[in-house]
Design a protein around this ligand. Structure first.
Ligand code: FAD
Length: 513
């Protein structure tokens, strides 16, 4: 029997490895051309796979490592050498991937058995039982609501996972008495604050070899190939966890929602890429964080905030994606149809927040959560971008992007293409950006103006967005306050807002924002 692991299943202790000594890994080069993936993403995946191969060989496994154009080509080669072999693998979180792999193997005369993916904390059965949804269709039903017809809610799921795992629990109660310290995650750093150190993992010979290959083969892809710094081995990933917990975790909570001019990482963990590759299991990042709280080295608002992201949000989006596909990928309840303006590709805009955030993605394939949600997705939402097109941009641009995690975040949370992840859109004007960052101070646009040449584009686009989608949004939970402001504007104000929004759309489409 041979274990076939995918490039995002690189854990040294993945369950199937315990009962086999032959491993198959496939680097599919044309597969990596489906979109113009960031060169650092491709370097990360291929380098991590090659390091994983070497580690397995050092541990005595017999590894067949195939480089091919497609998975089909690689399996052709594999089954020519190993006719009728039985393969065992772990399920993929990406929609349709399991059926596709089974078919590829079947067509070549082999058999593929897939076991539960143990790189997540919770199983499909756990979620389906909690949600009260019919698990008999194996989660491919396309329904993102419970059997009672109500949408899933992350906070309920998060509490359930805390109770089930005992993480940050004191008997039946949450440690500290509250489940959620979100209110204490909204500080901005004072001007004299200097951000803590960020680790850098210098490319070794293997990574440099991959970089050269990627530069040659994928020379038209989007993003800066230089300055690669991401952990590519298990050892480096564990070092990244240690570094985060000892250096940045204590301030993570306070500054979780903050943005600062010139700072790309602040106190974020930068662990998503390693988690999504399978180099780390969720508990391997959560347990050290909880230990830091227990030893008095990190405050509860930081540790709870971090734990919530990993065992709450990350697990939640994975399951909601599973239940909501395939409709989720095309969901567009607001009927938004605009194309992404060119500034998402070239970063050319006078808007300080947007040029910084796009610059971060281009340079490293990374921007932190608030830049993703409240700058990059928020602007596209107000501008009217088609959620599927925005999803493509996020998917190709980020080192941690995979269909299962990018799609719910972009189409659901960021674009409000559906309400499966949130009950209201994450739409905000310059007021929010200014409150959570110092970007506006360095920006030529006026944050408190709505109309006029110099007014911050976020403002007119925000009001215009609320007006355009009034029918869908007015009655939506928690939108009452926003619509009370809408109701206070007179016709003349609306005419000016509409005109300004139209001018901004034209300017952005022409690369003149
Ligand atoms: P931290 O801020 O340190 O958070 C800790 C961990 O929590 C992350 O490493 C991640 O594993 C997990 N996490 C937090 N929020 C989420 C979430 N909403 N969904 C899933 N995991 C979460 N995350 C991805 O992994 N890949 C993506 O392609 C991706 N695209 C996104 C697109 C948009 C529009 C938005 C709003 C969010 C997206 N996220 C994505 C979620 C989140 O922004 C990133 O996981 C996070 O910014 C990664 O940086 P970090 O490791 O420093 O995270």
């Amino acid at each position: 029997m041979t274990v076939w692991l995918l490039g995002d299943q690189l854990h040294p202790d993945a369950t199937p490895l315990r009962s086999a000594d032959h491993v198959l890994l496939v680097e599919a080069h044309a597969f990596a051309e489906r979109r113009r993936y960031h060169p650092q993403k491709l370097t990360l995946v291929f380098s991590a796979m090659r390091h994983f191969r070497d580690d397995l060989r050092d541990r005595g496994y017999d590894v067949t490592y195939l480089r091919a154009e497609t998975f089909g080509d690689a399996l052709e080669e594999y089954f020519e050498a190993n006719p009728g072999d039985d393969l065992v693998g772990m399920r993929s979180p990406s929609h349709g991937a399991d059926e596709w792999r089974r078919r590829l193997v079947d067509e070549r005369g082999g058999a593929l058995t897939l076991v539960e993916n143990d790189l997540f904390l919770t199983s499909r059965a756990d979620f389906d039982a909690w949600a009260g949804v019919d698990a008999s269709d194996d989660g491919e039903s396309g329904t993102a609501v419970t059997d009672e017809g109500t949408a899933f809610r992350q906070e309920d799921w998060y509490r359930h996972v805390r109770r089930e795992t005992g993480i940050l629990m004191d008997g039946d109660d949450p440690v500290g008495g509250a489940w959620n310290y979100d209110e204490e995650n909204r500080e901005t750093p004072p001007p004299e604050w200097s951000p803590p150190d960020v680790p850098r993992f210098e490319p070794d010979g293997t990574t440099r070899g991959v970089q050269a290959f990627v530069a040659e083969r994928y020379d038209d892809h989007w993003g800066d190939p230089s300055g690669f710094r991401w952990p590519v081995t298990r050892e480096e990933a564990l070092t990244a966890v240690d570094h985060f917990v000892s250096v940045r975790l204590s301030e993570f909570g306070d500054y979780q929602d903050a943005m600062r001019d010139g700072e790309w990482a602040l106190c974020h963990s930068l662990l998503s890429a390693a988690l999504n590759l399978g180099l780390l299991r969720p508990r391997e990042v959560v347990d050290p964080a909880v230990a830091a709280y227990e030893s008095g080295d990190a405050p509860l608002n930081s540790v709870e905030g971090f734990v919530r992201q990993v065992i709450g949000w990350r697990e939640f989006v994975r399951h909601v994606y599973r239940r909501a596909m395939p409709e989720l990928a095309e969901a567009n309840q607001l009927g938004q149809t605009a194309s992404l303006p060119p500034l998402y590709w070239d970063g050319e805009t006078e808007m300080r927040c947007l040029s910084e955030a796009v610059g971060h993605v281009r340079k490293r394939g990374y921007a932190h959560h608030i830049e993703r949600l409240m700058i990059l997705a928020n602007f596209a939402l107000l501008y009217g971008v088609d959620p599927a097109e925005l999803n493509e941009w996020f998917h190709l641009g980020f080192v941690d992007a995979y269909h299962w995690v990018t799609t719910p975040n972009v189409v659901g949370m960021g674009s409000f293409g559906t309400d499966v992840l949130s009950s209201k859109p994450y739409a905000a004007s310059a007021n929010y950006v200014d409150g959570m960052s110092d970007y506006c101070a360095a920006c030529p646009y006026a944050k408190s103006e709505t109309t006029g040449e110099n007014a911050c584009p976020f403002n007119a686009l925000y009001w215009d967005f609320l007006k355009r989608h009034e029918e869908t949004l007015r009655g939506t939970g928690r939108m009452g306050l926003m619509y009370s402001h809408v109701d206070r504007k007179d016709d003349a104000e609306w005419r000016a807002i509409r005109q300004r929004a139209e001018d901004l759309r034209t300017a952005a489409a022409e690369g003149e924002l």
